[in-house]
Design a protein around this ligand. Structure first.
Ligand code: HEM
Length: 173
């Protein structure tokens, strides 16, 4: 955006911060979309085969860490607010916490029963039926929680997707 000579001095910081917010919204949106695609593929073991499944699952763990880091301020803010408020915020917080726990357990138990990725790295563990069962259970629990998690943020997803659909190169929105 060009700042002409008549532009007020305060316009530049406002535009810069708007751009920063926009760039951040884009990053959040595409990272969330990537997480959803990676998760759907990870769940489709019969389609990907075991080797892709395992490496994809490990990659998903790394993406999950980035996602959590980007939304850490939300975690802190909402946890603080919960002490004072209830209702929807409390429900969203609970769903997110459950999802985080089940996905972390799913990835951790997957690593503990790994048949390809860990042996390729020279690590062999004795697979126990406990972790195998934990992997199946947490994968199912995650499958239930992911759509609820997305549905709770549905307005944000549709709003951002609409703005992207209407976006033209060279025009800032
Ligand atoms: C969020 C990520 C993941 C999801 C959603 C997921 C999902 C699944 C599902 C649905 C199954 C079939 C369970 C059953 O038949 O009872 C499975 C099996 C399995 N997963 Fe994962 N998984 C994930 C991550 C991982 C990771 C990171 C690893 C290892 C590095 C892994 C290794 C395995 C293995 C070894 C099996 C057993 C395959 C077999 O029964 O032959 N998974 N996973």
């Amino acid at each position: 955006m060009n700042a002409g000579p008549t532009t007020a001095a305060t316009d530049f910081p406002a535009t810069a911060s708007r751009r920063r917010i926009l760039a951040r919204t884009r990053l959040d949106f595409w990272l969330d979309a990537l997480l959803l695609v990676a998760y759907t593929l990870a769940y489709s073991l019969g389609f990907t085969g075991i080797a892709t499944h395992e490496w994809l699952g490990i990659g998903l763990g790394a993406l999950l860490l980035v996602h959590l880091t980007l939304h850490w301020d939300w975690v802190i803010r909402t946890t603080r607010k919960l002490l004072r408020r209830g209702g929807r915020d409390r429900f969203v917080w609970l769903v997110n916490l459950l999802l985080l726990l089940s996905m972390t357990l799913c990835i951790a138990s997957g690593i503990l029963i790994s048949e390809v990725a860990l042996p390729e790295l020279g690590i062999t563990l004795r697979a126990s039926s406990f972790w195998r069962q934990m992997h199946g259970t947490t994968a199912t629990l995650t499958l239930i929680l992911v759509p609820i998690h997305a549905a709770l943020d549905w307005r944000w997803i549709v709003g951002v997707a609409r703005r992207f659909a209407a976006w033209r190169p060279g025009r800032s929105r």
